[in-house]
Design a protein around this ligand. Structure first.
Ligand code: PLP
Length: 264
């Protein structure tokens, strides 16, 4: 049989502004030389100024997208992004249990940088109880980690505690993104691996508004690297370096929270 080109899957929402969501995933996976496939869960009307509205897709067409992929493609790794609400989280969980799309990276998207909710409040518990236990990697930012672990994070010690709590929930490897600590001139992420090893990933803070789509780009890069067969640690380290480069060398698109520079 002919060798298949490496394929990865993004299960996410569309950002019409092109900077985040499914669009960021597609660009990132392509840039990592992996073929990107998609299950679209929701469609946002959005630009760099914010999210105006969104609709979540009918669970039937979500099921059908999963089935179509499973019936033909050979997907080696997958990720979730914006999942909108309880119905869509449950639909995605059901399909991830039914089919094997390789290691799952969960980016537990909750609120856009402009403040728009991308996941309903009542869906947080479903993400915690049903989706996280399926995850090989989870990449929460601080507010997301706080909600999922039901604790407040004051300092770097708390980031270690929250990572352990998320591992107890069932996530194998946790990357807690510390970018929301506003006082720091460093952006430090804490990584806790399945075997108990842990490390910090630091980068000097960049003073920019062009950070739209950082979480999506990071988790998509990790997914692409896992699809290639990289170890979780290598995939996370590559993801961090990749996002750091796209933030540092900004491009001007729109008038608000601009997108990353994917040519950096
Ligand atoms: N829109 C969609 C569809 C997303 O999935 C995300 C993040 O995952 C965002 C917007 C928000 O991106 P950011 O918070 O980086 O602005």
């Amino acid at each position: 049989m002919e060798q298949q080109f490496t394929q990865a899957l993004s299960i996410a929402g569309s950002d019409s502004g092109g900077g985040a969501g499914m669009q960021a995933d597609l660009k990132t996976i392509q840039e990592r030389h992996v073929f990107a496939t998609t299950v679209l869960v929701a469609v946002t009307a959005q630009n760099t100024l914010g999210v105006d509205d969104f609709v979540a897709l009918d669970p039937k067409i979500i099921d059908e997208q999963f089935a179509a992929l499973a019936n033909d493609l050979q997907i080696k790794a997958c990720k979730t992004g914006m999942l909108a609400d309880v119905t869509r989280v449950k639909t995605v969980v059901k399909n991830l249990k039914q089919y094997d799309f390789g290691p799952l990276t969960v980016d537990p998207v909750m609120i856009a940088k402009g403040g728009a909710p991308l996941l309903s409040e009542d869906a947080v518990a479903v993400v915690r109880n049903e989706l996280l236990p399926l995850a090989t990697v989870a990449t929460p930012n601080l507010p997301e980690a706080e909600k999922l672990a039901d604790m407040t994070i004051h300092n770097e010690e708390d980031m270690i505690v929250v990572a352990k709590k998320l591992q107890e929930i069932g996530v194998k490897n946790v990357m807690v993104k510390g970018g929301h600590f506003v006082s720091d001139d460093q952006s430090s992420d804490f990584v806790l691996l399945e075997d108990g090893q842990s490390f910090w990933l630091s980068a000097s803070r960049v003073d920019t508004v062009r950070t739209h789509g950082t979480g999506d780009t990071l988790s998509a890069c990790i997914t692409a690297e896992l699809a290639k067969g990289q170890t979780v640690e290598a995939a996370i380290r590559t993801g961090k370096q990749f996002v750091d480069a796209t933030i540092r060398d900004g491009i001007i698109v729109g008038h608000g929270h601009g997108p990353l520079n994917h040519w950096a």
